[in-house]
Design a protein around this ligand. Structure first.
Ligand SMILES: *Cc1c(COP(=O)(O)O)cnc(C)c1O
Length: 347
């Protein structure tokens, strides 16, 4: 029985083409600005995102905390989605390292309207209230199930934040999934943000690496903060080569992952399982166990036992499957058969 690993799109191995690019990369000392492949990646990515500069960092978690450290001072407030990765899954770094007050805003699909920012933001100097300094958005939104910010609310959010002079940080760890699914170039989504995080180790299929893009005035202090956090590397071109390969070869194919997730969702829904294909916009499928009378631990154990492991969703009864380049389209029917058997009578 072959393993069809649906736990996350980080569970990929570099493809032969990527390994070839890594092994032939020109290398230098990244910390000294001497790695030509890192410099090439930073320039190419900045162009794609519609930004002045980009810096290569080890992880998207580090890119996010650098974005906060370079734009917010201790005691200041950041507004973001209550279940965003930055608020829930980064070990409290925004509070512990940046000293920021992170305020969560609601939104069932991972996005929130500009009016909510207008209602919550503290913009006046006050002896009592924390000053709001930054708004963070996540696109696609991880815990909402790979949901996309629709373009109209996205434009509204950017316009509102611009009117009240609040910069926006876009956690675009899966920005390219959002762009491919929405059928727009990435900069249509990223150019209006002040800073943008990109993750190369998710659907882009790299063994590591991330980047922070933005204006030079933010990225100059950001470079120093990267050094402070221990994020400067040496011959990092070996990783940057993987990232460059991914930018050139692995973006348009994200549509295959979205199709695979849609196909899986339709099969499961068709078999009567609590999955809603209408909410599958990119590469995530959420299944709510609430009505099945089976606990999450038990469900995950059975799925793993059938060679189709899923992982936890952010709510206690929700589990998720994530498609990626390690799950070929031809494996989806097999995966669906096994999952349906797990939850079916006698499963
Ligand atoms: C995975 C993820 C991150 C962190 O990425 P790492 O490279 O694993 O640190 C940040 N934001 C979102 C939305 C993510 O899904």
């Amino acid at each position: 029985m072959t393993l069809i690993d649906l736990r996350s799109d980080v569970k990929t191995l570099p493809s032969p083409g990527m390994i070839q690019a890594m092994s032939s990369a020109r290398l230098g000392d990244e910390q000294a600005g001497e790695d030509p492949t890192v410099r090439e990646l930073e320039a190419e990515l900045a162009g794609i995102l519609g930004h002045e500069r980009a810096i290569f960092v080890p992880s998207a978690t580090m890119a996010n905390v650098i974005a906060l450290l370079s734009q917010v001072r201790p005691g200041e407030e950041i507004l973001g989605h209550e279940h965003s990765h930055l608020l829930r899954y980064e070990a409290g770094g925004g509070a512990a390292l940046a000293g920021a007050l992170l305020t969560g805003l609601p939104g069932d699909d991972g996005w929130f309207p500009g009016s909510l920012v207008r209602d919550h933001a503290q913009l006046a100097d006050s002896t009592h209230q924390p000053r709001t300094r930054l708004v963070i958005i996540e696109n696609t939104h991880n815990t909402a199930g790979g949901r996309i910010w629709p373009l109209a609310p996205l434009d509204d959010l950017y316009a509102t934040c611009s009117e009240v002079a609040l910069p926006v940080h876009l956690d675009g760890s899966r920005l390219f999934n959002a762009a491919v699914a929405a059928g727009v170039p990435a900069d249509r989504i990223s150019a209006a943000a002040r800073t943008v995080t990109i993750c190369f180790s998710k659907g882009l299929g790299c063994p590591g690496g991330a980047a922070l893009a933005g204006p030079a005035e933010v990225l100059r202090p950001a470079q120093r903060i990267k050094q402070m956090l221990g994020g400067s590397m040496r011959q990092a071109g070996v990783l940057a080569a993987a990232a460059l390969y991914a930018l050139r070869h692995n973006i348009t194919r994200l549509a295959d992952d979205h199709e695979a997730a849609q196909a899986l969702a339709r099969r499961l829904h068709g078999a009567g399982l609590p999955v809603d294909p209408a909410r599958v916009e990119t590469n995530f499928v959420l299944l709510d166990l609430a009505g099945l009378g089976i606990g999450r631990k038990e469900a995950l154990a059975r799925l793993a036992g059938a060679g189709v492991p899923w992982s936890n969703g952010h709510r206690p009864t929700v589990i998720r499957a994530v498609t990626h380049l390690g799950v070929p389209a031809t494996a989806i029917n097999d995966a669906a058969d096994r999952i349906i058997r797990v939850f079916g009578p006698g499963g």
